[in-house]
Design a binder for this molecule. Structure first.
Ligand code: FES
Length: 563
């Protein structure tokens, strides 16, 4: 089998000439024949001036290259798209599949025997894992690591749980302009990903648990020397991985996905992770069954005391033992025979876990943070394809609730009316946002965290039942039902709701229902306008016409398997 420089030759109709030309050009970089004869380890470089979360990537690449060379390989870094949450219009989710396609094709196009995927900011590692699963070349993820915490007036701050909490206080008039400006300089004090259990931390922990990153690498702070050493170790491991031929399809299996989902529940992780791991699984012809996931949610307690569900931050988790120590608590629920890119099984990683006396971040199974996991799958006449509720971040008093619907027809409508002093809204109402799904927005924005109307916020209302076909940042909290499927833009039942209708949420029964007679719903359905066909071009056209719904991971239909 071809390897190294001989892989994937450019097509000139003469393979020997293609190799001759390739070697001639690469020698312009000063490589020796000895270097060019080594196994090639590609390193996906996702640094960008627009991506502060990935600010340490140059240092990580340098260390990973050192690790590759120490193990006898030739490291070759190459750029791919970089996506930062706050610098992606309309949403980072809109671009995730583009990043997956870019990463997949650049791994295919360039000669490499294994690839190191350096990612972290929310959508990046999912996109990279989708790509790696499709190419099925030995691959190892190196997360950039979480930021350190910020401080303000003696209070510890975490991006972005405290971004939202403090912005809500600013909206309510409790924090003035000068102070909110000062806070904006303190919420994200270092490179690295958000240091609460948001999407980036969730994905990093699940990736490690699934065996696609070295043990312990999910939680090492982005700025620590250990993170650099982890990059070096990842480089060395990548050379071993190239020789072993252990490809993603042998690591990402039904069993390892289930392990990752158990961890998702136990960490009270981000709702976004379910969409991303469904997409990753779909690349290998595997399916995450929502009912099975919900059952895990009833069986697996939340053990991690981290914001937004708990009180601590990723650096605290790291010093408490990180993912290996958490896995030890969950060992009897996991398939510990699953292999990992480290070459060890999960059982062997768990055996190496550090015991930290007196740590209070990782709870024991006997004393969980929350009995029953973090996420629940809801069904009902409003969500025939499913919806998700982060129970661990919801208000207990609202988990069984019936109220009057107040409907917003899209994000602009919500932004225009939510703070209107004349808005007819009460604390018991159910806020409904539609046209915010994969096609409707487009890109399924993290708009599910519908703000509490200002006039209610001023009265001290902190939470209300909120529903949408949107997503929500993993750093947010509240009684918020998300990913309602099918979305309203394709004619899902959310499109039928009218302000004034009654809606019932029953989290224990896993139900979400619109309390309107079936005959009336059928009449509304018959009068519904057909789904819009907007005039689009380029990537927006591709996205609109090929993105799947949340229950299929919002991947492109043509990327899942050969047509
Ligand atoms: Fe990059 Fe939160 S903004 S991880």
């Amino acid at each position: 089998m071809n390897s190294g420089m001989r892989k994937g030759l450019t097509s000139y109709g003469d393979a020997a000439f293609s190799l001759f030309l390739r070697r001639a050009f690469i020698k312009a970089m000063g490589f020796s024949d000895d270097a060019l004869a080594r196994p090639i380890i590609g390193i996906a470089d996702t640094a960008s001036d627009f991506n502060p979360c990935h600010g340490n990537v140059p240092a990580l690449i340098a260390a990973a290259k050192r690790g590759v060379m120490l193990a006898g390989g030739l490291p070759m870094a190459f750029p791919t798209i970089s996506i930062h949450e706050s610098f992606a219009h309309p949403t980072s989710m809109f671009l995730r599949n583009l990043m997956a396609m870019d990463t997949e094709e650049m791994i295919r196009a360039q000669p490499m025997d294994a690839v190191i995927l350096i990612g972290g900011c929310d959508k990046t590692i999912p996109a990279q894992l989708m790509a790696a699963a499709s190419v099925d070349l030995p691959a190892i993820v190196l997360p950039v690591g979480p930021m350190l915490v910020g401080h303000h007036k003696g209070e510890v701050l975490g991006a972005c749980t405290d971004c939202r909490r403090l912005w809500a206080r600013h909206r309510a008039g409790e924090i003035d302009e000068a102070e909110i400006d000062a806070i904006s300089g303190r919420l994200a004090p270092t490179h690295g990903t958000c240091m609460v259990m948001g999407t980036a931390s969730t994905i990093a922990c699940m990736t490690e648990a699934m065996g696609m990153a070295l043990p312990g690498t999910a939680s090492i702070p982005a700025t620590h020397a250990d993170r650099i050493r982890a990059a070096e170790a990842t480089g060395t491991a990548a050379v071993r991985l190239a020789a072993s031929g252990l490809t993603p399809s042998r690591i990402i299996t039904d069993a390892s996905l289930r392990n990752a989902l158990i961890v998702l529940q136990a960490i009270g992780g981000s709702t976004n992770a379910l969409i991303h791991f469904t997409a990753i699984a779909g690349r290998l012809g595997l399916k995450i069954d929502l009912e099975t996931f919900d059952r895990l949610g009833r069986e697996v307690p939340v053990l991690l005391d981290l914001k937004p569900t708990g009180a601590h931050y990723m650096e605290d988790f790291h010093w408490a033992g990180g993912v290996p120590r958490l896995l030890r608590e969950l060992a009897d629920l996991l398939d510990t025979s699953c292999p990992s890119v480290s070459g060890a099984t999960l059982a062997e990683s768990i055996a190496e876990a550090e015991e930290v006396p007196g740590q209070r971040v990782i709870h024991s199974r006997a004393a969980p943070i929350h009995v029953g996991g973090g996420l629940a799958v809801l069904r009902g006449n409003l969500a025939p394809g499913g919806a998700l509720l982060k129970v661990s971040a919801a208000s207990a008093a609202l988990l069984r609730h019936e109220g009057r619907a107040l409907v917003f027809d899209g994000i602009e409508d919500m932004a225009r009316r939510i703070d209107d002093e004349a808005l007819d809204v009460g604390a018991d109402d159910v806020l409904v946002l539609r046209h915010a799904g994969p096609k409707g927005a487009p890109g399924m924005p993290e708009a599910g965290y519908i703000p509490i109307p200002r006039k209610l916020a001023r009265q001290g209302v902190k939470d209300m039942v909120r529903l949408s076909d949107a997503r929500m940042s993993g750093t947010a909290f509240g009684t918020i039902v998300l990913h309602i499927t099918p979305e309203s833009a394709v004619g899902g039942p959310l499109a039928l709701v009218r302000s004034g209708d009654r809606i019932r949420l029953d989290a224990a029964a896993r139900r979400l229902d619109l309390l309107v007679e079936p005959a009336e719903l059928a009449a509304r359905q018959a009068r519904l306008d057909p789904p819009e066909r907007p005039a689009l071009r380029g990537y927006a056209w591709l996205f609109h016409n090929h993105v799947l719904q949340a229950d299929e991971g919002c991947d492109f239909d043509f990327c899942r398997e050969a047509l």
